[in-house]
Design a protein around this ligand. Sequence first.
Ligand SMILES: C[S@@+](CC[C@H](N)C(=O)[O-])C[C@H]1O[C@@H](n2cnc3c(N)ncnc32)[C@H](O)[C@@H]1O
Length: 211
Amino acid sequence: MSKVPYEAQKDHARQVDAHLGFEIEVVESRIERGQTDRETVRQQWIGLPTQSLLTPYTEFRYMLGQLHKVAPISDSSTIVDIGAGYGRLGFVLEAHFPQARFTGIEISEPRVAEGKRVMKAQGLTRSELIAADILEMDLPDASVFFTYDFGPPRSIQELFVKFKIAAKQRPLTIVGRGRSTRDQIERQYPWLTDIVEPKHLGQFSIYRTAE
Ligand SMILES: C[S@@+](CC[C@H](N)C(=O)[O-])C[C@H]1O[C@@H](n2cnc3c(N)ncnc32)[C@H](O)[C@@H]1O
């Protein structure tokens, strides 16, 4: 587990954002100024400090290493971030597992536009960011998913209905980050916790269905 204080990881993430050329604060202020619908504000976590809205790069690096131990990341792996923000996970994945693919699904179009702009500028070739509501589309055909409190509890519940259906067709590995997601999994989804022992690793947990 990372011993680096969370504040230091956020600080590092701020520097990496600047290094990559992200203008996240500018985009977030624009989103905040333009959005008054309370439901949307809540769903998209508008107004939250950006380094709390997003997972630090260092944690993503640690998470991929842990994931690789239990579900090896191969050349044919695709990792999907449900509620991907700016697609930070794609940058870490391409740097350390250059043959794997990243798909980020994100409902906020300005976040997707900024993520795509920086992915292009940085020459990422195996990452895509899709502007869509995950609850209105089919789950991508992948086996490894990451999700960090992407919406209110009701939305997380709807997402897990989709995961349950997909798990009938293929083994799934799901990395859950955030209290709301993990509480719900532990309380309500025995199909994800009772067969393969979950790995709890600080801010996130790795859950797997049976092979
Ligand atoms: C807490 S942020 C996490 C961002 C990123 N996964 C990370 O860890 O850095 C959750 C994101 O989910 C997005 N989101 C919320 N509901 C969604 C939905 N129904 N479909 C797709 N994205 C959604 C929000 O707009 C927000 O950007």
